[in-house]
Design a protein around this ligand. Structure first.
Ligand code: GDP
Ligand code: MG
Length: 299
């Protein structure tokens, strides 16, 4: 009989990949809770979000990074920097590739970053629910020639396909280590941060073109009223352009109302109480190019 006690394993795992490959979806699935916002648009995730998955013998801290892409504006360059520095800190990297698109230019940049970092990595071919097995083969071939000797795992983050296998592979590659976070903690983000992100997600889902990219949400008040089973949230939507303001507000305030009611509904589920949500739009000309503003907005 083998009575050997398995050591506790723990470590940090980065989730990287081009915008829109499904990084936030995967993180939420692995945690069983929504900690990262998900939208059909690229470049939604701006900050690094930690998600913590604790099991009896292990703890994995996942880092959802902003997508790596060829950067132009200052805020985009900042996001790429965050992704790069993350790679240096982790025990393992999960590199997501969109199976419906195959490898594109930025994926070569990512491969270079991964090879430079010298860290263990798994390649996850995501969205396999959308493509036939036959079409996967050439993509797998290209990945193995670009990045030889690494395990390639086809998954569907959305449908949960192959995620159990993925978790096993992750755990196998982690070192022995402590439990870094309390076992009931699933993210390092504050409720305020998640509230701002949920509002930003609704703006991404409801407005078009460049508008959501020029928006930062700042929570100006977050007060709990336990006697009324209520949380009062006041949030400012900072828009980089004057011309975006009327669009964000909408006819007779219709757009702002829609953003507010969708966000409120989700926040009530998250916080488990009633939410009074007040939104207003402020214009901060060119904030996405202003290092001070980016800092002030916590980005
Ligand atoms: P991120 O930018 O890499 O964080 O990508 P998101 O997680 O925000 O996902 C981008 C879009 O892809 C969203 O509309 C997701 O619902 C969708 N998506 C993510 N994973 C899958 C998947 O496995 N299958 C399908 N069909 N869609 C997915
Ligand atoms: Mg994301």
């Amino acid at each position: 009989m083998n009575n050997k006690v398995e050591p506790f394993r723990s470590g940090f795992v980065a989730i990287i990949g081009r915008p829109n490959v499904g990084k936030s979806t995967l993180l939420n699935q692995l945690l069983g809770e929504k900690v990262a916002i998900v939208t059909p648009k690229p470049q939604t995730t701006r900050n690094q979000i930690r998600g913590i998955r604790t099991a009896p013998g292990s703890q994995v801290i996942f880092l959802d990074t902003p997508g790596i892409h060829r950067a132009r504006s200052l805020i985009n360059r900042r996001m790429v920097e965050v992704a790069k520095s993350t790679l240096r800190e982790v025990d393992l990297t999960l590199w997501l590739v969109d199976a419906t698109k195959g490898l594109v230019g930025e994926d070569e940049d990512i491969t270079r970053l991964l090879v430079e970092s010298g860290k263990a990595a798994l390649v996850l071919l995501n969205k396999i629910d959308l493509v036939s097995k036959l079409k996967l083969l050439p993509v797998i071939d290209r990945i193995s020639s670009l990045f030889p000797g690494r395990e390639i795992v086809p998954i569907s983050a959305l449908k949960g396909e192959n995620l159990r296998l993925l978790v096993d592979l992750i755990l196998k590659s982690l070192p022995e280590g402590p439990r870094y976070y309390p076992e009931d903690e699933i993210t390092d983000q504050t409720e305020q941060f998640i509230a701002a992100e949920i509002i930003r997600e609704k703006i991404f889902l409801l407005t078009r073109k460049e508008i959501p990219y020029g928006v930062a949400v700042v929570i100006e008040e977050f007060s709990e009223k336990p006697e009324k089973d209520l949380v009062v949230i006041k949030a400012a939507i900072h828009s980089e352009r004057e011309s975006h303001k009327p669009i964000l507000i909408g006819k007779k305030g219709a757009m702002l109302k829609k953003i507010g009611s969708q966000a409120r509904e989700e926040l009530e589920g998250l916080l488990g109480c009633k939410v009074y949500l007040e939104l207003f739009v402020k214009v901060d000309r060119g904030w996405t190019q202003d290092p001070n503003a980016i800092k002030e907005f916590g980005l």
